[in-house]
Structure formats: C-alpha cells, structure tokens
Design a protein around this ligand. Structure first.
Ligand code: ADP
Length: 271
C-alpha cells in the first residue's frame, strides 16, 4: 500500500480521526525504526544529488502542524540527508507590514525553489485558512475565497515543474500536553514556550475542522496532502522520508549526459 496510507484521493474528505497519530507502521521498536531511517537517509541523499545534477525538477515541501508536533525536528532530519547547496528552509511568521500590504501569496511565491532545488516551508500560505480562520483575523468572505486561490496558485507551480508535497504532522492532544510540559520544565526547551501555544491548544477542535477543510479542498494529484503520524518522532521521520523517496523515484531522474566525448580528453599525469 506504500505511502498511500497517509493520504486520500482528490475529492475525498479527510477525516483526521481516521488517522492514528501514534501509528508506527508496524515497526515494533524504536531501534529498528532508527536503523531503517539510516537506510532511508542514504537513499534520499542519492536522489537529491541526481535532482541537483539534473536541474530539471524542483521540490516544495510544506509543513503544517499544531505546536509541538515536530516541524523543527522534521526539518532538521530532512536537511541532514541533503546537500545544503541544494536545499533551503523558509519559515513563515505573522506577516510583516510590507507583506500585509501585498496579496497573501506574494511572500510565498518568492520562496518557491528554482529547478534542481528542494525548499522546505515551515508553515505556508495555508496559515491563511488555518490561524486566520480560527482566530477570525480576516472576515470569513475573505478567507473563504482563498481555497480557490491556493488551488490556482499550486496549479501554476505544478504546471511549471514544481513537485509539491504537503505534510500535516498529526499529533494527539495528549502527546502535545506532554511536550508542552517538557518545554515548561527543561531549561534547553523553555525558549520555545509561548503562552499563545496554550491559546491555540484551547482551540483544538476548531483547528482540526479548519485542517480537514484545507486538506480536503486543496488536495490534487500533483499537490497532495499527507497526514503524517507524529506522536513518535522517529516514525514521523520514517513516514516523511518514505513519501519523499517514493515521490523522487517517481520523477525518473537521471544524471545529465556529458556534453562532450569525455574519453577524447587526456589527463596528463604531470604538470
Ligand atoms: P513556529 O511556531 O512556526 O515555530 P513562531 O512561534 O514564531 O514559529 O510562530 C509563528 C506564528 O506566525 C504562528 O503563530 C503562526 O500562526 C503565525 N502565522 C504564520 N503565518 C501567518 C499568517 N499568514 N497570518 C497570521 N499569522 C500567521
């Protein structure tokens, strides 16, 4: 069944209750998971090298999640498989004054990767139908129109050779509570603690409803959403890596052919 278990067909409704956040994909131990992850990392590294060398496709990875679900950890892990020259990360925060003075996709479009590159978005244009909707930051008639704009924008990208992969890191409220407590208690994690996270936690059902609508309405064959079980950090990394590998393999990439007959060039043994 492969990575299809993390997604729904276009047009089908995503119900988050159908996805188990503590799924381990049948891998019984964390150690076995970690060993498997090493193999996946090796394969990802090979595939990224071909992507970079071939310079034909670009990959855009979008990460969305509730707080503490592991966006930062996923980025750290993914980047450890990539050559930094071929990868970038952009984090989208509360829009600045300048960003607010443009359309909502302006800041997003500028960060879309060029051919040969992989870009990871830590949050994205989806915030406009998530936090904006849940907290009422814009009138409903405004954000309601955004689903169509998002689909049109993503179609432009996929028609232009960008492969989009959208991940919702699916954590349970119980696991989030554990991780928030850890942030309160551990000196090396306290810097991440924000009172606003508790406010968002209080709006859990509203967020899940907003996620379900965004995932269901903006899920196309070339820009699919994946619901990644995120209660176990190692399995979250396994699942994301599996999706990436399957997608990159599906691009049938190859190293470019030499532009000259290489054997004609003699390399002199001395200077
Ligand atoms: P993170 O939680 O991603 O590690 P921060 O703690 O700095 O980073 O949070 C970024 C904040 O920016 C989040 O609360 C997020 O909801 C908010 N944000 C991102 N994009 C938008 C947007 N388009 N409109 C309003 N708020 C946004």
């Amino acid at each position: 069944m492969g990575v299809k278990r993390f997604r729904r067909d276009p047009g089908e409704r995503y119900r988050l209750d159908d996805f188990d956040p503590s799924d381990n994909g049948g891998i019984e131990s964390k150690n076995a998971g970690r060993r498997y992850l090493k193999d996946l990392q090796g394969r990802l590294n090979e595939l990224q090298q071909v992507l970079y060398a071939e310079g034909k496709h670009s990959i855009l990875i979008i990460l969305q999640a509730m707080d503490c679900a592991g966006k930062d950890g996923t980025i750290r892990h993914a980047l450890s498989s990539f050559d930094p020259q071929g990868a970038s990360v952009t984090s989208f925060k509360v829009p600045t004054e300048e960003e607010r003075a443009h359309d909502f996709l302006w800041r997003i479009h500028k960060a879309v990767p060029r051919q040969g590159q992989i870009a990871i978005f830590n949050r994205s244009h989806y915030e406009e139908v998530l936090v904006v909707r849940v907290k009422g930051l814009k009138p409903e008639e405004t954000w309601r129109g955004y689903y169509d704009h998002i689909n049109a924008f993503e179609k432009l990208l996929t028609d232009s050779g960008v492969t989009l992969l959208k991940f919702f890191l699916h954590i349970s409220p119980q696991e989030q509570a554990e991780r928030l407590r850890e942030r309160q208690e551990r000196p090396d994690k306290q810097w991440k603690f924000r009172p606003g996270d508790l406010e968002d936690r209080g709006l859990w059902p509203q967020y899940m409803e907003a996620y379900e609508e965004a995932l269901s309405r903006c899920n196309t064959p070339r820009a699919p959403w994946f619901v990644i079980p995120a209660d176990r950090k190692w399995y979250r990394n396994v699942a994301v890596s599996e999706v990436l590998i399957e997608t990159l393999e599906g691009l049938n990439m190859g190293y470019p052919k030499p532009v000259v007959n290489i054997q004609d060039y003699k390399i002199s043994p001395v200077f």
